[in-house]
Ligand binder design. Structure first.
Ligand SMILES: Nc1nc2c(ncn2[C@@H]2O[C@H](COP(=O)(O)OP(=O)(O)OP(=O)(O)O)[C@@H](O)[C@H]2O)c(=O)[nH]1
Ligand SMILES: [Mg+2]
Length: 211
């Protein structure tokens, strides 16, 4: 049976090895913790249709390997992503310090318009915390990122993270800031009828344009 959706968004999950990227994706899609997660080799893939503000959106999610030896492979998947979850581990300052490099990669290789949500994962491990919420939220603000702390173990904020990113992309489509028709936008229309409808709406918004 074919799925019906209004939009498809291409998402990336990036960040250092061991931060919990694959566990976040598994929790989002399967609603359970992936107990025995081993390092991702290259790239894995998952998808889910979600409801965002009354629109159904298919998230096509690429879970990349954090290990340096896969960097050249994973980089080739960045192109044309509409959104990304940039993940660090709140119990590992090393993964937090690496964020700037990941961010540069995402903005240069994916798209300068990519919507990025910073994710501080493993918030269930409060006793081992090395990065405070305040410090990370400042970093997020300075770098124009949205920010959430999550736990792939308990499921806290996992769905919220994906939805928040999708909501922000949808809002930018609706204001015209993001153009789904632009090649490499990471956004596709779900079916032809919706595409027509959207065109009509845009023409109504710009009555002076008769082209
Ligand atoms: N306590 C706790 N452990 C977690 C959480 N998320 C992931 N883990 C553990 O962290 C380890 C790494 O998780 P993965 O999801 O494989 O990490 P990854 O970011 O995909 O790693 P790479 O694929 O190598 O880039 C595993 O042992 C998980 O069980 C979490 O929210 N809380
Ligand atoms: Mg992984």
């Amino acid at each position: 049976m074919s799925e019906s959706y209004d939009f498809l968004f291409k998402f990336l999950v990036i960040g250092s090895a061991g931060t919990g990227k694959s566990c976040l994706l598994h929790q989002f899609i399967e609603n359970k913790f992936k107990a025995e997660s081993s390092h991702t080799i290259g790239v894995e893939f998952g998808s889910k249709v979600v409801n965002v503000g009354g629109r159904s959106v298919k998230l096509q999610i690429w879970d990349t390997a954090g290990q340096e030896r896969f960097r050249s492979v994973t980089r080739s998947y960045y192109r044309g992503a509409a959104g990304a979850l940039l993940v660090y581990d709140i119990t590992s300052r090393e993964t937090y310090n690496a964020l700037t490099n990941w961010l540069t990669d995402a903005r240069t290789l994916a798209s300068p318009n990519i919507i990025i949500l910073l994710v501080g994962n493993k918030k269930d491990l409060e006793d081992d915390r090395e990065v405070t919420f305040l410090e990370a939220s400042r970093f997020a603000q300075e770098n124009e990122l949205m920010f959430l702390e999550t736990s792939a173990l308990s499921g806290e904020n996992v769905e919220e993270a994906f939805l928040k990113c999708a909501k922000s992309i949808l809002a930018k489509i609706e204001t015209g800031e993001l153009d789904p028709e632009r090649i490499g936008s990471g956004i596709q229309y779900g079916d032809a009828s919706f595409r027509r409808l959207n065109r009509q709406q845009q023409q109504q918004r710009r009555p002076e344009c008769s082209c």
